[in-house]
Design a protein around this ligand. Structure first.
Ligand SMILES: *[C@@H]1O[C@H](CO)[C@@H](O)[C@H](O)[C@H]1NC(C)=O
Ligand SMILES: *[C@@H]1O[C@H](CO)[C@@H](O)[C@H](O)[C@H]1NC(C)=O
Ligand SMILES: *[C@@H]1O[C@H](CO)[C@@H](O)[C@H](O)[C@H]1NC(C)=O
Ligand SMILES: *[C@@H]1O[C@H](CO)[C@@H](O)[C@H](O)[C@H]1NC(C)=O
Ligand SMILES: *[C@@H]1O[C@H](CO)[C@@H](O)[C@H](O)[C@H]1NC(C)=O
Length: 496
């Protein structure tokens, strides 16, 4: 082999060895890392050294003035870095990551790493220095939430921030309860993205409420952001506002209200379901006691909801029913006056010009019934008077012929039979009674309507005595005059 060949060989060996040596002492560390003042920062770091037998590993971080900011022996460190710096990884496994806590303004560096390999060599990685880019305030929170939520649907909101301290990542706090999920994403140059995702079931009670995300960084710095939740929901609390009392013939104004998002439109229906109107208000003109109950329906894109049914309290003056009457029952005359009105009426019976006191009045709903049982004397009519706040009404009721008529006829019938017996014995008193006995009136004679004007004559006792002499059963039938039961009996016996 020629000399130049040997020379070339050695050069090659040398180059190779230097290359190997040079490439072995390598380090992977970013040139700068962002750090939040007061918080912590982690400088990611991994180093290499030539293949050698190493007994101990001593990792050291120093600044440009070769002052130690980290050393496993604390006393060798600059005072201001003691208890603030820490190697995070396993130094014997090429991990030289450094954490600095409670970052100060003058912690910017640049810093470099030095490894002392016991039993082999030491090396300062001066060619790769790292600076800390100090930031006073964290970047704004990246916040996102669903815009349009429907009630009952799951909502998810996410809140994310950048940081450079994975050992103590920021803490998230949400203003709404729900399931929280944390995500950490590694970026470059020691940057991390921390994300908190909140999921919950939306509720109308959340509508227009702030959803807030609060981030607290290690060291205490915090920031927050919020968004107003918009929840769509079907109408609730659908109700009709109205003035309950309205006079018959007047106009009622009804208004429907509800809580809904988006706002409701309204429909009005009668109780039977017929569509009456569209719109938030409904005007019922000329209301009557027969006006139908109504309800409103609130409608939005989320649903249709009915109000309860509304029935107006229509007020009207008394209306005395034509079924009111006087009648006789078991020999007693009774008057009944039936009035319909709202509010219920006061009811009185007037006999002549005197209000009868002992009438009984009973009210059920809008119907007031008055009953009167008294000594009507010689009166032919009784007046029923009713009044309420809206007006009054009256009706004249005719009093019936007293029920005693029936007894008279029975008495006369008995008299006839007795007389027939007398005829058989030859006494001739019978003649006048004959022919009338078959016409015995029925008891319905007692019921008289107001139109029927049957006069009731009342005879004074003295007059009665005078008349008594020429009294007979036929006289009773011939006249509409009513006599006492005893009168008839007496007259028969007298004639006998
Ligand atoms: C160094 O150690 C830290 C802390 O254990 C770890 O998070 C990191 O991933 C390690 N770095 C490498 C390059 O392995
Ligand atoms: C909304 O919340 C209320 C009480 O907070 C609850 O009663 C209701 O069921 C919830 N609605 C839905 C749809 O989750
Ligand atoms: C009001 O209604 C009544 C019947 O309910 C009717 O007789 C009257 O004519 C109506 N009045 C008006 C002004 O419509
Ligand atoms: C009915 O009229 C009487 C006497 O006129 C009066 O005292 C009473 O307050 C009236 N009742 C009502 C309900 O208006
Ligand atoms: C009875 O009603 C009529 C009208 O229907 C009225 O003119 C009269 O004054 C009333 N009588 C009484 C006693 O209220």
């Amino acid at each position: 082999m020629a000399v130049w060949q040997w020379l070339l060989f050695f050069i090659c060996i040398c180059v190779k060895v230097t290359q190997t040596e040079a490439s072995s002492w390598t380090i992977d560390v970013p040139s700068s890392v962002k750090g939040l003042l007061g918080s912590c920062v982690v400088i990611p770091c991994s180093y290499n050294y030539p293949n050698a037998k190493v007994q101990t590993f001593t990792g050291i971080w120093t600044n440009d003035g070769n002052q130690v900011i980290y050393h496993p022996t604390e006393s060798k460190m600059l005072e201001q870095y003691r208890r603030r710096t820490k190697l995070l990884g396993d130094i014997s496994k090429s991990n030289c990551s450094l954490m600095i806590e409670n970052l100060q303004q003058n912690d910017g560096g640049p810093f470099h790493f030095r490894i002392e390999l016991g039993g082999y060599n030491s090396f300062s990685y001066l060619n790769k220095k790292v600076s800390i880019l100090m930031i006073r305030e964290p970047n704004a929170i990246d916040f996102s939430a669903h815009e349009d939520i429907k009630e009952g649907q799951p909502v998810s909101a996410s809140c994310s921030v950048f940081h450079s301290c994975p050992t103590y990542p920021p803490a998230f706090h949400w203003s709404h309860s729900g399931e929280q999920h944390f995500q950490a994403q590694k970026l470059h140059d020691g940057q991390w993205k921390a994300t908190s995702i909140l999921t919950f079931r939306s509720n109308r009670t959340d509508h227009n409420k702030l959803l807030q995300c609060r981030v607290t960084y290690h060291g205490g710095k915090h920031q927050e952001t919020s968004k107003t939740l918009k929840v769509k929901y079907a109408p609730v609390n659908v109700k009709v506002e109205y003035q309950s009392d309205v006079n018959e013939g007047e106009t009622a104004h009804l208004k429907c209200s509800s809580d809904a998002n988006p706002v409701s439109s309204y429909e009005w229906h009668s109780e039977t379901g017929a569509l009456l109107n569209k719109g938030q208000t409904y005007t019922m003109s000329n209301v009557s006691r027969h006006s139908e109950a109504v309800y409103c329906t609130a409608v939005n894109e989320e649903g249709r909801v009915r109000s309860s049914t509304v029935k107006l309290n229509v007020l009207y003056a008394p209306d005395i029913k034509s079924s009111s009457k006087c009648f006789s029952e078991r020999g007693k005359v009774m008057c009944e006056c039936i009035v319909e009105s709202r509010p219920p009426s006061m009811l009185h019976f007037v006999l002549g010009d005197r209000v009868v006191q002992n009438s009984k009045v009973q009210t059920v709903g809008s119907v007031t019934t008055g009953t009167l049982q008294t000594d009507f004397g010689s009166f032919k009519f009784v007046h029923c008077l009713a009044n309420n706040t809206l007006g009054n009404a009256n009706l004249t009721l005719s009093l019936p012929l007293v029920d005693n008529m029936q007894n008279i006829f029975i008495a006369c019938g008995a008299g006839v039979i007795f007389l027939i017996v007398l005829i058989a014995t030859g006494v001739g008193v019978v003649k006048k009674c004959r022919g009338r006995s078959g016409e015995t009136p029925t008891s319905d004679l007692g019921i008289m309507k107001a139109e029927r004007s049957v006069e009731l004559h009342h005879y004074a006792p003295t007059k009665r005595k005078e008349d008594r002499k020429d009294m007979s059963c036929s006289d009773i039938y011939a006249n509409d005059h009513v006599y006492g039961n005893t009168d008839c009996d007496e007259s028969i016996y007298n004639n006998v």
